[in-house]
Design a protein around this ligand. Structure first.
Ligand SMILES: C[S@@+](CC[C@H](N)C(=O)[O-])C[C@H]1O[C@@H](n2cnc3c(N)ncnc32)[C@H](O)[C@@H]1O
Length: 308
């Protein structure tokens, strides 16, 4: 499967998990419901014609609404990035400063095109908002960032998500709860909430109370659900697995996060996918999935899939 890569970047993006989620999907005839959309990579690859896509972060939702409404098009993105590339290279303000001008402009008056610029010229493809809700990622320090090949790559990504976007996709901006409350038995809910006990920012604060709130809603839904969360890393295990989620079917997979250019900043994390249904016993390639026999005390043995 060739994964569609969205134009926005974020450290929490689930690109690498898309093939595994695809293999674990059940049959469903209703809506694809995704209350924590983020960059949208999972929906763009797996959602059907009817989808309800939500995020607390208004900038992400506005970005995709602007694509759906035809306000942000591949050709507008191309013109905009070519122009910004010129400003970035030739700014009188000094090598870094044009990025900070755009950041100030966005924080004063947000726009989808400036969000895209910041996402693609910010340090290491990270997305983070301050306590005031302001974009606060520093510049990647590459004034030549938007060379022709890079602009073409981004424009192609905008074209790919435009092509994938369906008229029947409804975007909303708010808390996750109402989408889950209104789900029906023919729907499928995919949840990728902020990870409890890990990094947070303005749109990603996530308390124990939030995790319980999500659990209670999912535990009582008639829809099928699948949720991504962290299982453990070499230092600790996610306490929410044994407290809440271990009663459901679970598959895990090791994933490497890169938070910096250096090898020391490569963190191995085992992710869990948890479902309230029996996953289809499709043959899954062992190269695509590493099922783990994981035995931190208090965490029950994982549900195992048959591997060919
Ligand atoms: C881990 S990210 C999702 C990443 C996404 N699956 C991807 O691949 O890009 C979690 C998302 O949840 C959103 N969020 C945080 N709290 C929320 C809430 N209470 N309701 C809805 N969305 C929330 C954040 O803005 C963030 O985009």
């Amino acid at each position: 499967m060739k994964t569609v890569i969205p134009p926005l970047k974020s450290q929490g993006i689930k690109t690498k998990l898309v093939p595994l989620i695809a293999d674990l999907l059940p049959d469903y005839s209703g809506n694809w419901i995704e209350p924590f959309l983020g960059t949208g990579v999972v929906a763009f690859n797996l959602a059907h014609n009817k989808a309800q896509l939500n995020d607390l972060n208004p900038h992400l939702i506005n970005f995709y609404r602007d694509i759906q409404d035809g306000k942000v098009t591949p050709s507008r993105v191309k013109d905009y990035l070519v122009e910004q590339s010129d400003f970035l290279l030739n700014s009188d303000l000094g090598k870094d400063s044009y990025y900070y001008e755009v950041r100030k402009r966005f924080n004063h008056s947000p726009s989808s095109l400036d969000l895209l610029f910041l996402s693609r010229a910010g340090f290491n493809g990270m997305m983070r908002f301050s306590k005031k809700g302001h974009w606060n990622i520093p510049f990647c320090k590459k004034p030549q960032r938007f060379q022709q090949a890079y602009v073409t790559k981004i424009v192609n990504q905008v074209a790919a998500v435009t092509h994938k976007m369906k008229k029947g996709w409804v975007f909303s901006n708010g808390d996750f709860s109402s989408l889950i409350e209104n789900a029906t038995e023919s729907d499928l809910i995919y949840c990728d909430p902020p990870y409890y006990g890990r990094h947070t920012d303005y749109y990603n604060s996530w308390s124990e109370e939030d995790e319980y709130r999500l659990f209670e809603l999912l535990d009582s839904t008639r829809a099928k659900f699948i949720i991504s969360t962290w299982h453990h890393n070499r230092f600790r295990a996610n306490p929410m697995i044994s407290k809440l989620w271990s009663r459901y079917n679970m598959v895990t997979r090791e994933h490497f996060y890169h938070t910096g250019a250096r090898i020391e900043n490569r963190h191995a994390m085992t992710e869990a996918l948890i479902m309230n249904y029996e996953p289809p016993k499709k043959p899954i390639s062992p190269t695509d999935i590493e099922l783990q026999e994981f035995s931190i005390p208090q965490i029950k043995p994982l549900f195992e899939l048959e591997i060919r």
